[in-house]
Write a protein that binds this ligand. Structure first.
Ligand code: MN
Length: 434
């Protein structure tokens, strides 16, 4: 399958090599930023002049100011917009291709879905960019940056992504280490700021001190420098705490097991690096995340500061919102006005605090209502179906996966929508109530 993708990638290489100036448009999330960094690094090594622009979506429009436009982490779902571009176009995307593109000039469409791979979990945009980069030259080191997009999009290390990982390990740029898959830094700060896992220590300094005292670990020690014995004690205590606070037990194997160390990057902890560039994107500072991917040390501290602020803002919002959670018959839900975030709140509450029922967060903001719904494989409900049907009933649109789905609905229909969701979930669970 990767061979088929490489055939398209080689066509992209031809277009790239004959271009004088290239404009890369990419998505503002971790996958988009890392995809752009992979492509930009490869172009830089060929002395190709280029420019990078970060977009929230392709509907913001592109300028045809270069002889080649590369669309990264976007393009496959917008055939009408791509058809309007009056320049050569290379699409490096992993979203499901829809419609028919009628290009004005040459078009190369590099997308895992078109090569027999499932782009939703087998290859990210950054991984697809890495395939193009590896056809452009000896760029095995860029696998480390490509990994950030794979993690950012919560993909699996299988198929195409596994090849990216293998290249990184074999070339000595990625190391897989046994241990706690958490942020790096001082133990106290890591435990307090962590949201994956969320350990509920934020604003509870006394409780955190007591926890550290019981486990016998110095809060000022670097977590990456703990001894094997200390790490084992800490892991056990974290697992116990997670189970007590109501976490879904499936999260444990994600946290305790292996972690990925990037040997030659400015941030060696892959999970932390991913969250730093994700936070930069959310703070409209994509270029800072991008610069860190490009090894520009001048932006490292700024990026880490943005990440810390982002974590604190999320933890503050969570503290406020968890008091407002309401009980339905078969679900729990939140009706929020102008919350800073929707999906991260839903994810944390459903994974780490209230994991025994489907969880739905509705956020009314700027006259639209955004919905995030979360559950886990132990709950016998297909939230993608629930969102689709319930949203349709109130004049909105919804869909997604079994355990993570969403919808956009008219803001005045929020309560009616939640009732529909509750009924549908009860029906799927097979009984009206507990
Ligand atoms: Mn993506």
């Amino acid at each position: 399958m990767l061979d088929i993708l490489r055939i398209e990638a080689l066509k992209a290489v031809e277009l790239i090599k004959e271009s004088e100036f290239i404009h890369i448009y990419t998505h503002y999330d971790a996958d988009g930023i890392s995809a752009a960094a992979v492509l930009a690094s490869a172009l830089h090594r060929l002395d190709k002049p280029f420019q990078v622009t970060f977009l929230k979506g392709l509907n913001q429009g592109v300028d045809c100011d270069a002889d080649l436009i590369i669309l990264a982490d976007m393009g496959s779902g917008y055939p009408d917009i791509v058809s309007e571009i009056d320049a050569n176009v290379v699409i490096v995307d992993h979203h499901f291709p829809t419609g028919r593109i009628e290009p004005k000039r040459s078009l190369v469409h590099v997308n895992p879905h078109l090569a027999g791979l499932d782009g939703t979990f087998e290859l990210s945009a950054s991984g697809t960019a890495y395939v193009v980069a590896s056809c452009l030259g000896d760029n095995a080191d860029l696998s480390a940056i490509a990994l950030l997009g794979i993690l950012g999009d919560k993909q699996k290390i299988v198929a195409g992504n596994a090849k990216v990982m293998r290249d990184g390990v074999e070339s000595g740029h990625i190391e897989i280490v046994k241990g706690l898959n958490m942020y790096s830094g001082k133990v106290r700060e890591v435990l307090m700021l962590s949201t994956e896992p969320f350990l509920d220590f934020y604003g509870k300094e006394g409780e955190l001190d007591e926890f550290l005292r019981r486990v016998g670990i110095d809060g000022d020690a670097e977590i990456d420098e703990l001894s094997g014995d200390e790490l084992r004690r800490l892991s056990n205590a974290i697992i116990l705490r997670l189970l007590k606070q109501g976490a879904y037990d499936g999260v444990i194997e994600e946290i305790v097991g292996e972690r990925f160390v990037l040997k030659k990057e400015l941030i060696s902890n892959a999970v932390m690096f991913t969250d730093v560039i994700n936070a930069c994107g959310r703070a409209s500072a994509c270029s800072i995340g991008f610069a860190i991917c490009m090894h520009d040390e001048n932006y490292l501290q700024k990026g880490v500061d943005i990440w810390r602020e982002f974590q604190i803002e999320l933890l503050e919002e969570l503290q406020k919102r968890r008091e407002e959670v309401q009980e339905g018959k078969c679900i729990r839900y939140l009706l929020m006005d102008n919350a800073a975030t929707t999906a991260p709140i839903a994810t944390i509450i459903s994974r780490y605090l209230l994991s025994d029922r489907p969880f739905v967060a509705v956020n009314v903001k700027n006259s639209t209502a955004k919905v995030s719904a979360r559950s886990n494989p132990r709950i016998n409900v297909d939230l993608g179906e629930v969102m689709r049907i319930a949203a349709e009933r109130v004049g909105g649109r919804g869909g997604g996966h079994r355990v993570a789905a969403g919808a956009n609905i008219p803001p005045d229909k929020a309560e009616e929508f939640v009732k529909e969701v509750d009924e549908l979930c009860c029906a799927m669970l097979g009984s009206g109530s507990e």
